[in-house]
Design a protein around this ligand. Structure first.
Ligand code: PMP
Length: 454
């Protein structure tokens, strides 16, 4: 009997077919909507990623509140995906909904500053130790703009990323290591100019290769998540960032940290928790409680250099910013989120739930004698099909198994438990209850009993 990662593939595939049929049988309304949406939406969904869930047909949402989501057929789910971090502090947090309702009657966008932007920048400065800030509409945009500022301020053309990274739809970063060579990511659509000319890629957690890649003094910035989260989770070695920062300083390269996912570590992200000193820092997704908004901060020195670069450039388009960036509604929502939602108290509950989940998953894998591991980053937890946690992108990629992942996800989804597609990452919100976590563990246990090797 074929086996993979300790699982009986025959049993798993049989069960998966039953789960697919069950999904469709119990969702007449979603199935009817899918029929209609195929006419006017590419792939039958408003964003093609929405077709990447493990369901045989799209899951249509009716509403979401706290950690709960209800589909159009009336099924309720405990949401461990939480909009892949956009709703990390719960769907429609009451203070954000109230701020949006209030502000929406007072002007939505004006291309002028209001007082909320000032308050938000001051709060971010305090949390992350970076004094000056700019805003964008998405983390993708913020990363793109931050890279442009870094190149403009340093006058250098190269950037460096880590193998297996994801920072949104930023063209420059879609470069992978293949047999030691930098190659454009094969999945990228419509790519025509050569990305490897201006982007270098190395493995995470390897100081020697980082030093070599920066040593010619041409790299403007290193763009990194403080811990990788998009190829499965990869934590930095305990002293990695201290040493990596020293290397960057030695070669005049800036550190641009993308905290979009690692904000799960606490109110000041991984940066504040571990005392890192980036030159630039990006924050997106949950910053406005789910409304499109992102922010990026500069160190005092880089802020000066960036302003000088703009003053020195000819008047005209900078390639940085979009018209609706820092609109009034987004600023009100960011203020409400930071003041009342992304609080120490909220994180305390999230950490407790995440610890409970981490412990429960570990116990489960020991009990079933599976060579699987669990990695946690504050309120974010991931299980991986590998004996020990990966140390870089290549190791993490080797532990991925899309088929296995989809079978687990659909089984749980059919039992009212939603997990982010593409990987095995679970998010714990302040609204997730201890019972929700127990239920997830119980259903996972049930699936493992059904598919493990006899
Ligand atoms: N940075 C990181 C680390 C991300 O994981 C993502 C999205 N998953 C982004 C940036 C881009 O966010 P958005 O799609 O909201 O622009």
């Amino acid at each position: 009997m074929a086996k993979r990662h300790g699982i009986d593939l025959g049993k798993m595939r049989e069960l998966h077919q039953r789960e697919r049929a069950d999904f469709l049988a119990r969702r007449p309304r979603a199935t009817a909507l899918a029929g209609q949406s195929a006419r006017h939406l590419l792939f039958g969904v408003p964003l093609h990623w929405m077709d990447d869930w493990p369901t045989p047909s799209p899951l249509f949402v009716a509403e979401a509140q706290g950690a709960q989501l209800t589909d159009v057929d009336g099924h309720r789910y405990v949401d461990f995906c939480l909009g892949d971090t956009g709703a990390m502090f719960g769907h429609s947090p009451a203070p954000v909904a109230a701020a949006i309702a209030c502000e929406s009657a007072r002007g939505l966008t004006a291309m002028l500053p209001g007082e909320d932007a000032l308050w938000v920048a001051g709060e971010l400065a305090q949390r992350f130790g970076l004094p000056v800030w700019q805003f964008a509409l998405s983390a993708s945009d913020a990363n793109r703009f931050a890279i442009r500022w870094a190149r403009a301020a340093t006058g250098r053309d190269q950037i460096l990323v880590f193998n297996g990274c994801y920072h949104g739809t930023v063209d420059d970063v879609f470069v992978d290591l293949e047999d030691g060579q930098a190659k454009p990511r094969a999945s990228l659509l419509g790519q025509v100019y050569p990305l490897t000319e201006h982007t270098r890629v190395v493995e995470f957690n390897d100081l020697a290769v980082l030093e070599r890649a920066l040593s010619d003094g041409r790299v403007a910035c290193v763009l990194a998540e403080p811990a990788m989260t998009n190829i499965g989770m990869v934590l930095p070695d305990p002293d990695y960032w201290q040493q990596a920062q020293a290397i960057m300083r030695r070669h005049g390269s800036l550190l641009l940290l993308d905290e979009t996912h690692t904000i799960s570590c606490g109110p000041g992200g991984f940066t504040a928790l571990h005392g890192l000193r980036p030159d630039l820092l990006v924050l997106g997704k949950p910053l406005a409680g789910g409304l499109p908004a992102a922010a990026y901060g500069f160190s005092a020195e880089l802020g000066e250099r960036a302003q000088q670069a703009k003053r020195d450039a000819p008047a005209g388009h900078s390639g940085i910013g979009t018209t609706l960036s820092a609109n009034r509604l987004a600023c009100a929502a960011m203020r409400a989120t930071l003041a009342e939602v992304m609080t120490d108290d909220a994180y305390q509950i999230m950490f407790e739930r995440a610890e409970q989940l981490e412990r429960g998953l570990r116990e489960l894998f020991v009990r079933f004698d599976l060579p699987w591991c669990v990695t946690r980053l504050g309120a974010r937890c991931e299980f991986q099909f590998a004996h020990r946690p990966p140390r870089n992108g290549s190791e993490a990629a080797a532990g991925q198994d899309t088929e296995l992942e989809q079978c687990i996800h659909l089984y749980l989804l059919n039992r009212g438990l939603l997990i982010t597609p593409f990987h095995n990452m679970l998010l714990l919100s302040p609204h997730t209850t201890a019972e929700d976590v127990e239920r997830l563990l119980a259903m996972f246990d049930e699936w493992l009993r059904a598919v493990r090797m006899a």
